[in-house]
Design a protein around this ligand. Structure first.
Ligand SMILES: Nc1nc2c(c(=O)[nH]1)N=C([C@H](O)[C@H](O)COP(=O)(O)OP(=O)(O)OP(=O)(O)O)CN2
Length: 193
C-alpha cells in the first residue's frame, strides 16, 4: 500500500551549467510541491500505513526549511555564495546543484533519516520511503527513489554536507534537530497529535 502527503515551499536558486539559459544564469524562484510517498504491507492500530498527522511534525519541519529560502550549491562561485549568505537569512547549502532531480535525492535522504530515527507508537510496521516527487513547476517534476538517492553514478550525497542557515535552524521547534538526526538520535512519535 502506498500513501502520499504533499508539502509546499517557495524557494529560489540558480542551476548552473544546465541547458536552459534563464535557469543557469539567473536567480529565480519556484513554488515547489513535494510529494512524500510512504509504503508498507501492514496497517497500524488506526488501520493506516502511517497517520498523515505524524508527517506534519519532523518531516514537514525539515522540508519547510526550504521555504522562503535560497538554495545554494557549495561548489558555486564563492563570491555569489557569500553574497547570498550575507543578504538573506534563510538559506540552505547543498553539496549538489539544486535541480529538481537533486532536490528529490536530497529530500529522500532527509526523510529516510527521519523515518530511521523515529520510534513508532501506534503499531506502524515497516514503513518505508517509496519515493520523493519534486514538482518544480506545474509542468515539470522529478521523482527520486532509494536507488537514485544513494546512487554513486549520480554522485554520493552525504547528509553531513547539507548546511541549514542559523535562521532556518532557529525556526525549528528544536534548533538541534539536524544535529540530532545526523547523530542518529531517536525521536519518539507522540501517542496523539
Ligand atoms: N530536468 C530538469 N530540467 C530543468 C530543470 C530541472 O530542475 N530539471 N529546471 C529548470 C529551471 O529551473 C526552470 O525554471 C524550469 O524549467 P521549465 O520547466 O522549462 O519552466 P517553464 O515555466 O518555462 O516551463 P513551461 O513549459 O512554460 O511550463 C529547467 N529545466
Amino acid at each position: 500500500m502506498l500513501i502520499r502527503k504533499l508539502f509546499k515551499f517557495e524557494n529560489a536558486h540558480i542551476v548552473r551549467d544546465c541547458t536552459t539559459q534563464r535557469c543557469s544564469e539567473n536567480i529565480h524562484g519556484h513554488s515547489y510541491k513535494i510529494e512524500v510517498l510512504l509504503e508498507s504491507n501492514y496497517l497500524d492500530a488506526g488501520q493506516m500505513v502511517y497517520d498523515f498527522g505524524l508527517t506534519k511534525r519532523v518531516i514537514k519541519e525539515l522540508i519547510d526549511s526550504f521555504d522562503h529560502a535560497i538554495t545554494l550549491w557549495s561548489k558555486d562561485d564563492t563570491k555569489y555564495v557569500e553574497a547570498m549568505k550575507t543578504y538573506s537569512n534563510r538559506w540552505v547549502e547543498l553539496p549538489v546543484s539544486p535541480s529538481a532531480e537533486q532536490f528529490s535525492r536530497v529530500i529522500y535522504l532527509m526523510v529516510e533519516r527521519v523515518l530511521a530515527c523515529t520510534d513508532m507508537q501506534n503499531g506502524e510496521r515497516e514503513v518505508k520511503l517509496h519515493s520523493i516527487i519534486v514538482h518544480e513547476t506545474d509542468t515539470g517534476y522529478a521523482q527520486g527513489f532509494k536507488e537514485d538517492a544513494h546512487s554513486e553514478l549520480m554522485g554520493t550525497i552525504k547528509l553531513e554536507d547539507i548546511v541549514f542557515s542559523p535562521q532556518v535552524q532557529k525556526e525549528w521547534s528544536d534548533s538541534a534537530l539536524w544535529e540530532k538526526l545526523l547523530n542518529h538520535i531517536h525521536i519518539k512519535n507522540p501517542k496523539k497529535v
